[in-house]
Design a protein around this ligand. Structure first.
Ligand code: G4P
Length: 529
């Protein structure tokens, strides 16, 4: 009973956006509503500022801040809300993809002037693949931007979503007057002159009420009525089932900076967003209210202090309760581990807790036992699905630049790969090691950390690879597969899990290979079964 009650209170979600759309500002305003912080400016942006992309200290600073903001928890309307931080910088996109395996829903922030941007497209695609319920928040309405209907069209087309606005703006930019809340049927007026967070909410069941003119003026009233007519005509009614299946996405408008439209978003969120959901393991579906604890590692954070090489492993609790000083099975190592100081997160603080429930995140001190995707249970052998690797964008050979430190280098590379900093491949033909990353920035992070944390030096050599494709033969004993392996020998490697990968040097080469060897399937994601 108690377990069910606790689990049903939890809402664990992520905010995703293209950098600068307002994710940090919105997070902060949500925390203010929860009373978790007292003033604006308390949540530091964890993004790497423009122009600082190759500055080591900036990378280190960023790592430090993002430990603090990895999970931001607060209470609101009797719900315990866990916001999981997702780095916006595209070089850290893989981190974000992995964090998305630990959320039960997301809020997508879009800049009203810029519309749907590249990073939003990529992240939403991942959410769509996983049927994660999404709410969309169109931000910066205090600025001049795109027409609301055009934006809704853009969201549908570029992101492949089906939307229904639950609020609608009255004017925009200089003329921004407020928002009609379709969900609550009221009008929220924006005090544009002072740009303060004065909120006036007027109940308005019927927009045909002539009072409307008095409040927002004749022109705006007429426009709003026309717009709402169109909204009701064109967009489907909100349907919670469809939202939960990720088949319909509600849209809100507002201005995070001015704290406008944020309460509406949050109120709707706590009402519709899902509590912890069941999760698929290779063996079976695990439900959150099962008594026995299960969880998995979705993120590993290295210590800021290079002298202490301990790390913080972030576990999403999938079922049951996680208790301090209780032995749990580390499934991959088949050994029991006990944790004396598990961290729970509240606002921007972390503290040691005795008990955490499904839906929560705990941070465990780790001296190298964990890697991303590891499962902990109360004894059952389970392996949670859903932490795929995507093909990296950049590939470089990694060479040892200090022959006396070969061991340190190996250890460092292995640990950094376990953290998910980049992907390691070993070429079949000569056993050379290749590091694949999403952004060039990672190479500098790796080099810097190898030197400062492991005392090892490395150098890189470019490798002209377009994409890594995971190889999946229909029949691994076939002649066709043997021929493929012989002809492509120079381009084959193993990933860290020992899966076979084909390094294609161009899109054309992928196409040709697929034509020539139709029974050797090529995938761009490591987890394709
Ligand atoms: P991010 O985490 O998605 O990258 O975005 P962040 O919240 O840091 O916001 C990016 C910029 O947009 C910030 O300005 C922020 O103040 C501004 N912003 C956020 N919400 C709104 C809004 O509703 N209206 C307007 N007009 N601006 C908004 P900055 O100048 O880049 O940073 P800062 O110096 O203010 O921190």
């Amino acid at each position: 009973m108690q377990l069910n009650k606790e689990i049903n209170k939890r809402r664990t979600f992520g905010i995703i956006s293209h950098p600068d759309a307002g994710k940090t500002t919105l997070t902060e305003k949500l925390l203010l509503f929860g009373g978790a912080i007292q003033e604006a400016g308390a949540v530091k942006s964890n993004k790497i500022k423009k122009g600082a992309t190759s500055d080591f200290m900036e990378i280190e600073r960023q790592r430090g801040i993002s430990v603090a903001t990895s999970v931001l928890a607060f209470n609101y309307k009797e719900k315990k809300i866990n916001i999981l931080d997702t780095p916006g910088h595209k070089d850290f996109a893989e981190d974000t993809f992995r964090t998305l395996t630990a959320v039960d829903s997301v809020i997508v922030v879009i800049d009203v002037a810029k519309g749907v941007e590249e990073q939003t497209e990529k992240l939403v695609e991942v959410c769509r693949m996983r049927n994660i319920p999404m709410i969309i928040f169109i931000n910066k309405l205090d600025r001049e931007g795109k027409d609301a209907f055009d934006l809704l069209d853009e969201v549908e087309q570029k992101l492949g979503l089906k939307v229904t606005p639950l609020s609608f703006p009255i004017g925009m930019g200089y003329d921004f007057k407020g928002i009609y809340n379709v969900w609550e049927k009221n009008i929220n007026l924006f005090s544009g002159d002072s740009k303060k967070n004065i909120e006036e909410t007027i109940a308005f069941d019927d927009v045909n009420n002539p009072e409307l003119e008095k409040i927002i003026g004749e022109k705006a009233a007429e426009e709003l009525r026309e717009n709402l007519e169109l909204v009701y005509e064109v967009y489907p009614d909100f349907d919670k089932d469809a939202y939960m299946k990720s088949e319909l996405q509600p849209v809100f408008f507002g201005s995070a900076l001015n704290n406008f439209g944020v309460r509406e978003l949050l109120d709707c969120f706590v009402e519709i967003a899902p509590p912890p959901l069941p999760k698929k393991a290779e063996e079976r579906l695990v439900k959150p209210n099962e008594e026995a604890f299960t969880g998995f590692v979705f993120k590993i954070h290295a210590n800021m202090d290079p002298r202490h090489r301990d790390r913080l492993a972030f576990i999403k609790i999938v079922s049951g309760t996680f208790e301090r000083n209780t032995p749990y099975l580390h499934v991959r190592h088949n050994k029991n581990l006990k944790f004396s100081s598990p961290n729970a997160f509240f606002a921007e603080k972390k503290e040691i807790v005795d008990i955490s429930y499904a839906g929560d995140i705990v941070g465990l001190h780790d001296t190298g036992n964990f890697k991303i995707g590891d499962t902990l249970t109360q004894g059952e052998v389970l392996n949670f699905k859903g932490i795929p690797s995507f093909s990296p964008e950049h590939f470089r050979y990694i060479n040892n630049a200090d022959p006396m430190k070969a061991k340190q280098l190996d250890k460092g590379i292995n640990q950094l790969m376990d953290e998910g900093v980049a992907q390691l491949f070993t070429l079949e033909i000569n056993n050379r090691k290749v590091i694949g990353t999403v952004g060039a920035l990672q190479y500098e992070v790796i080099q810097y950390r190898l030197e400062h944390e492991y005392g090892a030096k490395c150098s890189y050599e470019n490798l002209p690879v377009h994409k890594a494709c995971w190889v999946d033969p229909v029949d691994s004993n076939s002649k066709e597969f043997a021929e493929f392996k012989r002809v492509k020998q120079k381009f084959l490697a193993k990933d860290k899990q020992g899966q076979l990968v084909f390094f294609a040097d161009s899109a054309f080469s992928i196409q040709m290979t697929q034509q020539k060897y139709p029974n050797v399937k090529l995938h761009f994601v490591s987890e394709y079964k």
